[in-house]
Design a protein around this ligand. Structure first.
Ligand code: MLT
Length: 337
């Protein structure tokens, strides 16, 4: 009897010891440091581009703010997809993050085209006021319905026309030119109004198309013409300032929802803070690039007749204001001081 009691007590102690050591190992497992969360961010431009510099700065900020628990790797040169497939990847969650020109996501979020209306913004300050304020926030929310979170507007910049054939000063000079345009109906429409033959094409095909003279010209900001070496395949540039093109930094909603709230906040804050860095980077780069382009063989027309270009494209305001339901938004943008 005594022996049985003793063996029951021993059995009980063994069970208790097992439970305690089991708890200990669970506790150890919970406390074991998990590796950092790693996300991939893609864009279509090369390492010299402001998109890339901005993305690298963004990744640095995120890593610092999260004390290393969130790491972003940046993939340039369309390694994660071209302008169209990047946006699709974000929707399906196969791409975590991307920086894209707004025109490239117009097919997904039509209202974002409003910012690509020709001659809409008076200057960069006007654009920042609109994009960083309630109008920008309202349009960023449109991405949610497509499974994407719009974090912040960055910049591509004011676009200018280049071509391989002639000096362009007036709308009459562009008649008949075959111009590569972004794959956005609004751009096709206003280049048609100017009498050109607009050819929509993905960015990744542009250099070769210009080199092989499948198209005569293209249009992009000075920084893109410089960093992506468009001057190698185009002789003439006219500073038309015809569109202020914003860029946008996006994260797949699937990826965003998988992050804990503190890391979500870090991603949002870092994206907004980096907008200023990226825009300033462009400002500095463009003044340097403009001085360099003639040395690199380009003939720069600094003062084309912008008012004549602006007058010729006015019909798109009515057409796309109605089509996209953005007539009021356009008025609000114009009225923003
Ligand atoms: C384009 O022309 O396709 C874009 O401006 C390139 C870019 O995404 O910056």
């Amino acid at each position: 009897m005594k022996n049985r009691k003793r063996s029951s007590i021993i059995a009980l102690l063994v069970i208790l010891a097992l439970i305690v050591s089991g708890c200990g190992s669970n506790a150890k497992q919970a406390a074991a440091p998990k590796g950092p969360i790693e996300l991939k961010l893609g864009h279509v431009l090369n390492e010299a581009s402001p998109f890339h510099k901005g993305a690298v700065e963004f990744a640095k900020k995120v890593e610092e703010k999260s004390k290393g628990s969130l790491k972003i790797s940046v993939f340039p040169n369309a390694q994660l997809g071209n302008d169209r497939t990047l946006a699709e990847g974000l929707q399906f969650g196969t791409v975590d993050m991307a920086v894209v020109g707004t025109a490239t996501v117009a097919g997904f979020v039509p209202r974002v085209q409003v910012f690509d209306m020709p001659f809409l913004f008076r200057d960069a300050e006007h654009a920042y006021k609109v994009l960083d304020g309630p109008i920008g926030d309202e349009v960023l929310k449109d991405f949610q319905a497509k499974g994407i979170v719009g974090l912040s507007f960055w910049e591509n910049g004011f676009r200018h026309l280049t071509n391989s054939k002639k000096v362009v000063k007036n709308p009459a000079d562009v008649k008949g030119l075959k111009i590569r345009v972004q794959e956005i109906p609004l751009h096709v429409s206003f280049w048609k109004l100017l009498g050109t033959d607009p050819t929509p094409m993905s960015w990744t095909e542009v250099y070769t198309a210009l080199q092989q003279k499948t198209v005569d010209g293209q249009e992009n900001p000075i920084q893109t013409i410089y960093t992506q070496k468009i001057y190698e395949v185009q002789k003439y540039i006219s500073l038309t300032y015809h569109v202020y093109a914003p860029a946008v930094i996006l994260i797949s909603k699937k990826t965003y929802d998988s992050l804990p709230p503190d890391l979500q906040k870090i991603v949002v804050d870092a994206a907004r803070e980096t907008a200023t860095y990226e825009r300033n980077y462009i400002k500095d780069l463009e003044s340097k690039a403009l001085a360099e382009l003639p040395k690199l063989g380009m003939q720069v027309e600094t003062n084309p007749d912008k008012e004549a270009f602006k007058a010729a494209v006015q019909p798109v305001y009515k057409e796309y204001g109605d089509k996209l339901g953005v007539t009021n938004l356009i008025s609000k943008i114009i009225e923003t001081k």
